[in-house]
Design a protein around this ligand. Structure first.
Ligand SMILES: [Zn+2]
Length: 192
């Protein structure tokens, strides 16, 4: 497979794969960051001097039923201008210290909507804790965002609307000042 095709197959904006190994149950992408330099956080100069490297396995969304592992060559840089050493790379698609790509965490969180955590863990070859952490990572910022939005509310308006004309009603909560919908409560399915 040509390099370009491997990169397209991996489809991450900041990581390039140079090789792909296919085994019975997994695809292993040998990969590194697309950028070969960083901006020094201390002096702001650009440096491409490598301090050290290490391999780390990062999990990604399965492809055709096989696990996907990105074997990533993580580089740390040194700055020849201010002599700072061990400056880590930053990735758009992987959080600091994370063992999963961000898109894999999102995918796991989605799966837990219809399946229990143990099943998602088993199907993805992960521990229960790993799935729990992935879900927390995706959901926590959303809750935070919602809470900060709610704390800025000066007024709320609660209205009833018909789901089934003259029979079942839902409730909408809106922010009347900014004219924004906050939440909707529908009657339980068995009641409709
Ligand atoms: Zn520097």
């Amino acid at each position: 497979m040509q390099d370009n095709n491997i990169i397209k197959f991996l489809d991450l904006p900041d990581i390039i794969a140079t090789e792909i190994i296919s085994t019975e149950d997994r695809y292993i992408f040998i990969a590194e960051a697309k950028k070969n330099h960083i901006v020094c956080p201390q002096c702001g100069n650009i440096t491409n001097k490598i301090h050290d490297t290490k391999w780390q396995n990062i999990r990604d969304i399965p492809i055709r039923g096989k696990l996907v592992i990105i074997r990533l060559l993580k580089k740390r840089y040194r700055c020849p201008y201010c002599h700072k050493r061990g400056i880590p790379e930053k990735y758009e698609s992987i959080d600091k210290y994370a063992r999963n790509t961000k898109r894999f965490d999102k995918c796991l969180a989605k799966e837990t909507v219809s399946k229990d955590y143990s099943k998602v863990a088993r199907e993805n070859g992960l521990s229960y804790t790993a799935v729990n952490n992935a879900v927390k990572k995706v959901i926590d910022p959303l809750i935070e965002q919602q809470l900060s939005k709610l704390s800025q509310l000066k007024a709320i308006s609660i209205d009833e609307f018909a789901v089934l004309k003259r029979h079942k009603y839902g409730v909408s909560i809106t922010d009347p000042i900014n004219r924004e919908l906050i939440d909707i409560y529908l009657p339980a399915k068995r009641m409709i």
